[in-house]
Each structure stands twice: as C-alpha cells, then as structure tokens.
Design a protein around this ligand. Structure first.
Ligand SMILES: [Zn+2]
Ligand SMILES: [Zn+2]
Length: 158
C-alpha cells in the first residue's frame, strides 16, 4: 500500500514508496520548539522513498545547524519530513500522513529532554536518547513488515 501525506493546505502532497520504519515519539528540544508541541511522532524512511505527487508544490526547506533539512509547506507551514543528507535517511512527520494511514508510535525517545510539564503515562518503551542500533533492532523485531534502516543497522543477519 502506498502511503500518502499532505500539508494542511494541500499545496504539498507526497507519497512514500516504502513501508515505514520505526515510529517513535520524539521529546527532544528541537522537536518541541519547531513543532510547538510536547513531542513529535516521526517514522524513519529512506529519503529516496519520498516522492512529490504530480500536482504538488515543492516544499520549503530549512537546514539546521546539524545539517538536517526540514521540509515544510511554504504556504501553511505544516511540517512534512526532515532529511539527514549524511545517511540518506529521513523522518516523516506522522501527523502529515493521511488520517487513515497514521501509525501508532512504538516508543518514546529523547525522554531525558522532555518537557517538565508533560507526563508520559502510557506503557510504551522509553529511551533516554535516540535508541542505539541494537535497541532499534529489537523494536523492529516486534513490528514485522516495517522498513529496516540498514544505514543504521547494517545488513540483516538471519
Ligand atoms: Zn500547506
Ligand atoms: Zn526530536
């Protein structure tokens, strides 16, 4: 199934040519500041899997000091995906996917920098920082059919 997403005003419309990888709710200061929320739920995807739809306007971009490139709608400012040019990976902002294809998060990450006013009250796994490779691998084993980011994890071992 091709997953599709769009910004609030629908000027930017995209599709994903791979299944999503790990889905996490990120509590880091960047996500909180940029998205104006206690956390942002994102899903890993290879950058090459993101395609603009034919009628789509190109998204606006902002490069962070770490070199990651935020993609967002230049008209309505909805965040869409963040791209890490160094490793060919991106994270899609889950709330930009169509309502019927937004996956539930697998875990909370960067919990050590979460907002003091926000209590995490569910039973999902929590990671103080971004999960280490072996922790990601464990999460992926619990979610068969998801995309496996070999750029982080290396080739699959049977
Ligand atoms: Zn828009
Ligand atoms: Zn974050």
């Amino acid at each position: 199934m091709t997953l599709r997403g769009h910004c609030y005003c629908r000027n930017v419309d995209y599709e994903l040519e791979e299944p999503l990888g790990p889905v996490v709710s990120c509590h880091c200061g960047f996500c909180r500041r940029i998205h104006g929320a206690a956390f942002t739920t994102v899903a890993l995807i290879p950058t090459s899997a993101i395609r603009l739809s034919q009628a789509s306007v190109a998204p606006s971009k902002f490069t962070t000091p770490l070199g990651n490139v935020r993609h967002f709608c230049g008209r309505c400012a909805s965040p869409l995906w963040n791209q890490s040019p160094a490793d060919g990976l991106a994270v899609v902002i889950v709330s930009s996917l169509r309502e019927d294809s937004q996956p539930a998060p697998w875990a909370h990450v960067n919990v050590e920098s979460k907002a003091a006013w926000f209590p995490i009250e569910d039973a999902l796994p929590r990671f103080s920082a971004w999960p280490q490779a072996e922790e990601l691998e464990q999460l992926i084993r619990l979610h068969p059919g998801s995309w496996r980011p070999h750029q982080i994890l290396g080739p699959a071992v049977q």
